[in-house]
Ligand binder design. Structure first.
Ligand code: NA7
Length: 545
């Protein structure tokens, strides 16, 4: 804080109504809504372009795991009509083009400062303003500070001994070379079999002379059955758009997964098999959402796990490889780690050029000058790929020195895990908002729908303040505590806490083991937000300067 004050004395401040951190979908829509209120806003973005997740994650095979027509903005029917997705699950380059289209269409770029990272933000209690510092040495002042920093934007540290010794190239899925990489003829090793790893593996396996996959935990993955969006698909979408969007909002995941509430344990084995098969053929993560009790009841969960295991056995020719690729429900229950969506993942392991190493049985000891040494073997590679995931949901917020009342650091307040009201506001941090923050449905939903709902909540809250001559909104400690208790209570009714997942913060050594998103589902969450607003922003203190 002292440093901030000192810097503020020397650098003239630029003043805005709001500063938005991040120019992904959340930051861009936030800017658009703030402008709609007639407010001045500055977006600050570390990348050289807009797009957030889809700007950074350029690895081969990267694509969205919710159907693109649903994973796109709904706030402007004109935007929807003029943009046409080429594939059911759009690849990263197309998603990035969409982000750029949005930036151009709404003339957003003039208020987005690129290649600039926010390093600190402090609330000045005497002025009721935020001072935001960037790595370029700029000091900006605003009434509101809005974090649109994404849920998966800070990669995990590279945890391997000897990683600097490797003499060949090391490619990270979250920071892939812009011009791509050609692995033709190369011996390639890849560590990590989450979504990023799985999508990368399916593409690199087609090029590499030899691909070795180092798997710590087997993941569930289901086929996308990706393909072109046909004129008929669009005719249907255009005719039913409003109904489809409304239907998505009734679903816990905010996408049209047709979750019925039926229980696996109430169905006969034949009924279950037929329902799982039907959803498997629909593609994407639909099969994971066949029955409501899969996420809460161990026996129901095992039934779903067995169905997925049978699909792996059907696909992978070598029984030992199939067994290694099959998740063990004693390690984590089905779907308590995010189910991946793939295009030919398990089939890859039928290639002579692809091999699988189970590093639970044969742990990686170190990276060497020319490859990887496990407990029993030395592997030589021309290139390594790291796909070991992110410090999810809190990593980016904690990497910024955010100070609230009395100079309290957010990272200190969150030392035992994040505390937030609705995943949107933090007690002691007035006029700070976190879009899809911890404690909100966020990553358990169609992110774009959740982003829209948060942005609209924030814009409405600011408009409410302004129209009532108020200047400060702050969550009360009581409302925050009750929300945190509710988030945990709901999580504890599910099997989620039993997994060492990034949802639990358990993928990062030393990170508090807390379930990060809100698992109550999108409709219940929206109802809670609307009820809070209808009751005069219950749980918030609204005040004049
Ligand atoms: P994930 O899903 O966190 O996957 C990371 C993978 O890397 C996973 O298989 C991890 O195994 C593995 N991992 C992580 N650290 C290590 C170490 N130290 N040694 C070996 N293996 C390791 O990240 P992704 O980027 O793939 O996907 C993140 C989300 O982005 C995804 O869920 C979608 O929402 C999009 P583990 O399971 O921890 O044993």
């Amino acid at each position: 804080m002292a440093q901030l004050q000192a810097d503020r004395d020397v650098v003239p401040q630029q003043a805005f109504d709001a500063i938005v951190v991040g120019a992904g979908f959340a930051g861009m829509y936030m800017l658009h809504r703030l402008r709609g209120l007639g407010l001045s806003a500055q977006v600050i973005e570390a990348g050289t372009g807009v797009g957030g997740t889809w700007y950074w994650n350029r690895y081969p095979g990267a694509r969205v795991d919710i159907e693109s027509m649903e994973y796109s903005f709904s706030f402007d029917p004109e935007l929807e009509r003029e943009w046409r997705w080429s594939e059911r699950y759009a690849p990263q380059p197309e998603l990035l083009r969409y982000a750029n289209h949005v930036a151009d269409r709404y003339d957003l770029r003039r208020d987005i400062k690129l290649e600039t990272r926010v390093v600190a933000a402090a609330f000045d209690e005497s002025a009721n303003r935020w001072t935001v510092m960037t790595d370029a040495g700029d000091s900006l002042s605003a009434r509101f500070c809005i974090m649109a920093t994404g849920c998966l934007s800070t990669p995990k540290d590279l945890e391997f001994e000897g990683i600097r010794d490797f003499t060949g190239p090391i490619y990270k899925t979250f920071a892939w070379p812009r011009d791509g990489v050609d692995f033709t003829g190369q011996r390639v090793g890849i560590i990590g079999t989450g979504s990023s790893g799985i999508q990368t593996i399916t593409v690199v396996a087609e090029q590499a002379a030899q691909l070795t996959v180092f798997q710590r935990t087997a993941n569930y993955s289901s086929p996308a059955w990706n393909g072109p969006v046909t004129p008929d698909d669009y005719a249907d979408w255009d005719a039913n758009r409003d109904a489809y969007r409304a239907e998505a909002r009734t679903q816990p995941v905010a996408a049209r997964f047709n979750m019925t509430g039926d229980l696996a344990l109430d169905a006969t084995p034949e009924e279950r098999q037929s329902e799982f098969e039907r959803r498997w053929r629909l593609g994407g993560i639909q099969a994971g959402y066949a029955y409501a009790d899969v996420g809460t009841d161990r026996a129901a969960n095992q039934i779903a796990a067995d169905f997925f295991a049978s699909k792996i056995r059907e696909t992978v020719h070598d029984p030992e490889t199939a067994a290694t690729l099959t998740p063990d429900t004693a390690v984590y229950p089905f779907a308590t780690k995010r189910i991946c969506v793939d295009t030919g993942y398990y089939q890859v392991f039928n290639r002579d050029t692809v091999s699988l190493v189970d590093i639970r049985k044969d742990p990686i000891e170190r990276i060497t000058t020319d490859g990887i040494s496990t407990a029993t073997r030395d592997f030589a590679f021309d290139a390594l790929i790291i796909a070991t995931g992110f410090d999810a949901m809190t990593g980016t917020l904690n990497s910024i020195d955010i100070r609230g009342r009395g100079g309290l650091a957010l990272r200190d307040k969150w030392a035992e895990g994040p505390r937030s009201y609705l995943g949107l506001c933090v007690a002691g941090f007035p006029n700070l908002f976190t879009i899809t923050g911890p404690g909100s449905p966020s990553v358990l939903t169609n992110m774009i729908m959740s982003i829209e709902q948060h942005v609209e909540f924030i814009a409405d809250a600011i408009a409410h303040l302004d129209s009532h001559q108020l200047s400060v909104i702050e969550a009360t400690p009581k409302a925050e505590s009750e929300w945190v208790a509710h988030v945990n209570e709901v999580a504890d009714t599910t099997l989620f806490p039993q997994a060492n997942s990034w949802y639990m913060g358990a993928n990062v050594p030393g990170k508090p083991r807390v379930f990060l998103p809100y698992v109550g589902g999108f409709p219940l969450y929206v109802e809670a937000c609307n009820d809070i607003v209808a009751n005069g922003y219950r749980g918030f203190v609204l005040a004049t300067a």
